[in-house]
Every structure is written in C-alpha cells, then in structure tokens.
Design a protein around this ligand. Structure first.
Ligand code: 13P
Ligand code: SF4
Length: 305
C-alpha cells in the first residue's frame, strides 16, 4: 500500500469512527497531513479541550495523551504508540518534589507540561514552552519552584527578574545535548541565516538566538520573517515541515543529532491500527488523580490564554 492509500483509509476511518487526530509538530509530514490539528504542546492542550468527537488519537508522547484525557474524561483517548514516552516527563517523581516542597514551603510549584499526571497532582500551575514566561509573570506567587527543565527554567528566570526562582536539574536529553560550538559552526556555515531556538536548549546555546520560542513560535517566526535563511535549533522534523511549507526559503538543522527518538516511534501505520482497533493504548486514569492533576492545566489555560 502506498502512503497516499494508507492516508485515504485513515481519513475514511476517522470519519466512520468519529475520531479526532491531534499531532504534535514533531510528528512526520505523513502523520501531520491526516491530523485534524497540529501544533505545539500548548495549542494541543487548548484544542483537546474543545474537540467534539467521541474518540481522540494523540500522536505525540504519553504526557500529551494524558493531558487530553484530563481535559476530556468522557472521551476515549488513545496514545497512538504506547512506547512513546518523554524521558524528561519521567525524570522526577512525586516523592522527590514533595520533599523539595517541604524545604521551600512558600514557593509555588510551576511544572513544565512535560511531566506525568502523577506529578501534576502536586503542581500549582503548568506551563508550556510558549506560555512559561507569561504565566510566571501573571501568577500571584512571588517565589517559584520550577520543575523539571533547568534550561527552560533558566530562560524564564532571566525574562522574569522580578520573581525568585528555585530550579532543579532536569531537562530534555535531545535539546540539552547541543553545545555552543555547534551553534558557532552553524552560524559560520550560514552567515546570513537567523538562528531560531527552543528554550529547552542550554543557556550557552540560547544566548546566540535571534528568536527563542516554542515549536509553533519558531514556525510562525520563520513564516513571517523577511529573511530567507534560518538555522533551526529544535527537533529536526521542524526543519522538514518548514522547508515543505516555504520552499522559497532555506532551513538548516542546528545539528543532525536534534532528533527525538521518542517522538519518532510513532508511524502512520500506528495511526491506522489505532483506528482499526488493533493498536495504540487507551489512556485510563483514576478520577481522583485526574481531578487533582487537571487543576494545574486549567490554571495554565486561564493564565496563558
Ligand atoms: P513545545 O511543544 O512546547 O514546543 O515543546 C517541545 C517539546 O519538547 C515537546 O515535548
Ligand atoms: Fe521529551 Fe525532549 Fe522528546 Fe520533547 S523533544 S518529547 S521534551 S525528549
């Protein structure tokens, strides 16, 4: 079967089974083409709240599917490939954060959305990469315990100097492995290019950026900019999507290593098998966990909207 034939079957099944497909922008082009909605973590969370269909398939990683379930308990939510986890989301457990909270009782826990549902139950508010600065400024708390990403936390701390931050040393293994020498080499190779970077990268990488933002932020900036060349400092699927959408511009990966293997486990066949009932994993969450965890997502949408 060709990709096109498989996509046609998926579109038909989606209609027949009243299913909505959400795809994070790190998914491959063939999956994004059959999705009802693509975007960054924040956009997907907001969209998840308003989907009308009975069934939702999340093409992304586990914490994203959990977020859809938290916001839509009445819907059947499937993670398209059950092996798709996010290592950052699983770096810190509830016991560790409760212990740290005990040391800083007057700090509000601000959790990057890349956390498990269990960890979200003890967070005061969630943030995504596109909403973190805005939300940390907007919440009433003066003291913030930011978990788990130290790179995003460092970036937010610099943008919000009026507040006090405590950071823990977690982060995204994909973005954090890029170093400053790779930025300098890419800039030397492409002197006319603007450098657009995700805040999950290290501060010595981020400091060279012409623009810092989420996946969607980077894509929107590249679309609007008069510039013709860009070095993309986030997952390499964004380079492909941008090159496809804007063939008259040139997009260069910051590093060939900027590939999230966790996002790459999901294939178009997985999406098909979810729709036929032969694959994927239904997200099941006990109501007590859901009710506690959803509060910080609702707070995020309230302050970030
Ligand atoms: P955004 O979707 O907020 O850009 O985050 C990127 C990411 O690493 C998702 O896991
Ligand atoms: Fe997790 Fe990083 Fe992959 Fe995003 S890019 S899913 S944060 S490992």
């Amino acid at each position: 079967m060709t990709v096109r034939q498989l996509q046609d079957k998926i579109l038909q099944l989606k209609h027949d089974t009243d299913t909505c497909i959400l795809a994070h922008s790190y998914m491959s082009e063939d999956i994004c083409e059959v999705a009802d909605f693509t975007g960054d973590s924040y956009a997907l969370a907001v969209k998840a709240k308003s989907t009308k269909n009975k069934n939702v398939i999340m093409c992304g990683v586990r914490f994203m599917a959990e977020m859809v379930k938290m916001l839509n308990p009445q819907k059947r939510v499937l993670l398209s490939n059950s092996a798709a986890g996010c290592p950052m989301a699983e770096q810190m457990d509830k016991e560790l954060i409760q212990q740290v909270k005990g040391q800083y009782p007057d700090y509000a826990v601000v959790a990057y959305v890349n956390t498990t549902a269990e960890l979200k139950t003890i967070a005061d508010v969630c943030v995504t990469s596109s909403s973190a600065v805005k939300i940390c400024r907007a919440i009433p708390a003066q003291n913030i315990l930011f978990i788990p990403d130290i790179n995003l936390g460092t970036y937010v701390k610099e943008q919000v100097p009026e507040k006090n931050f405590k950071l823990l040393s977690g982060g995204c293994p994909t973005h954090a492995k890029i170093n400053e020498s790779e930025v300098l080499a890419a800039k030397k190779a492409h002197p006319g290019a603007l450098f657009l970077v995700h805040p999950e990268c290290r501060p010595d990488v981020v400091k060279h950026a012409d623009y810092v933002g989420s996946t969607t932020g980077i894509m929107d900036f590249a679309a609007r900019s008069e510039n013709k060349e860009f070095i993309i400092g986030t997952e390499n699927s964004i380079v492909q999507h941008l090159q496809f959408a804007y063939p008259e511009k040139a997009f260069y990966p910051l590093s060939k290593d900027l590939v999230c293997n966790n996002m790459k486990v999901t294939t178009l066949s997985d999406v098909y098998h979810c729709l036929t009932g032969d694959g994927g994993e239904e997200i099941v969450m006990d109501e007590e966990t859901r009710l506690q965890a959803v509060k910080c997502i609702e707070e995020m949408i309230k302050y970030g909207g």
